[in-house]
Ligand binder design. Sequence first.
Ligand SMILES: [Zn+2]
Length: 492
Amino acid sequence: MSTIRTPRRRTGIAVAAAVTAAAALTGPVSYATPAAAEKPSPGAPGLGDPMFPLDGNGGYTVDRYLLDFDWQAPKTPFEASATIKATATQSLSRFNLDFGGNTLRAVTVDGKAAGTARDGDELTVTPKSPIAKGRAFTVKVTYTADPTQTRHRDDAIEDYGWIPTPDGTVVYPQPNGARLIFPANDHPSQRAPITFRITTPKDRTAVANGKLTSRKNVSGDRVRWTYDSEQPLSTQLVQLAVGKFTMVDSTGPGGLPLRDIVPDALVEPTAKYRKLTPAHLTWLEKKLGKYPFNRYGILVGDTDLAVALETQTLSLVPKADLLGTQVDAERNLVHELAHQWFGDSVALAGWSDLWVSEGHARFYERMYSEEHGGDSFEAAMKAAYKAHDQWRRDFGAPAEPTEPNLFKRMRYDGSALVLYALREKVGDATFQQIERAWITKYTGRTASTQDYIDLASKVSGQDLEGFLKPWLYGSKTPPMPGHPDWVVDPVT
Ligand SMILES: [Zn+2]
């Protein structure tokens, strides 16, 4: 995500201890392989991520989601179902889904009614009979969705979940609001393809990630829109929106299909900056190689929430970003587009790896902006360097965030600075090789901070562990290579 505004600073954070305690309760990450004859046991309720220990679930992987939404009107509850095709990775007596808000109606496993219990965001499902390790199974959850369910964070995320618009809705799932939209394995490392079937009144348009595969008139004055994500995606990158939209089709470099989704009244006012997408793609492809998905577009958000989000293949950009200065608009547009490589195609292994995705998005955003009338990249990095010890103290080192400070400035300019330091250390040509190798090796997969350190070492032919670890985890900011005059302000 991106917001050019300076996130509000917050003090007095004391949640780390609680998070650690919760992690201990959650138990080990559930990828352990029990012996074949092992008795069925419950899948873990979470993956033990230090930021959000209960996010994701153990004991199975999701192969596909099929989501049905019978959307009615803004802020109005509607009937929904999620059909989840999964495979057991252990012998399961029961398992969990992440699911928050909404009214649960029924759950079946392979067509048979299953037992359910809800506790916070955990939905525990007990099938009629245990599921053997390695078996494919289908869970169907029917519920009444509540499109007014919104949560809030005191960092750059602000509001997330369902965000109503005057004539429909958009969604902001990041970081873990997808569970307000549908029951899910809601952790960025858990990727699966999604089919969306959204039924709306005739005067609305529904959109979602990926390709529109059909648009059918159904009973009376209703229309059913079907979208296929084509590639797997993390739940935090889901988009589905309903509104009075115009679909604006065009073509990007290499014939890439582009489709912007724009509230009817905003088509003309936002056209000038939306038309820059092909130029942004050309610029980023020169740095990073081919765009990693089959299509792209901008969903113009008719909301007052001034936050853009890299929802996969369809970035959500609030209208205000497209009605201001060109420099600001391009910063946000290039940021979200860069995320399609960093964070979307190469997904996060865990939330502590957020610096990889936000640091890169900010790095290319600033590089582009400097070349196109924006601020000096070096000056911005020098300013981030000055503040870096303070940010380390307030928000945690780049790869060691604390949960309430996850989306604070350290993950943006503070993490772009780590990449800047690496480029100064290894030189521009080697840095570009590292970046290309990262995309080539991990496209369509998840990758961690350690993966980045290892790959940078391998590509550069030098052991960068001793260089990158203090930058990523230390409490003091290391010297900036090539800039012995740069100073860090003392912590106040
Ligand atoms: Zn971002």
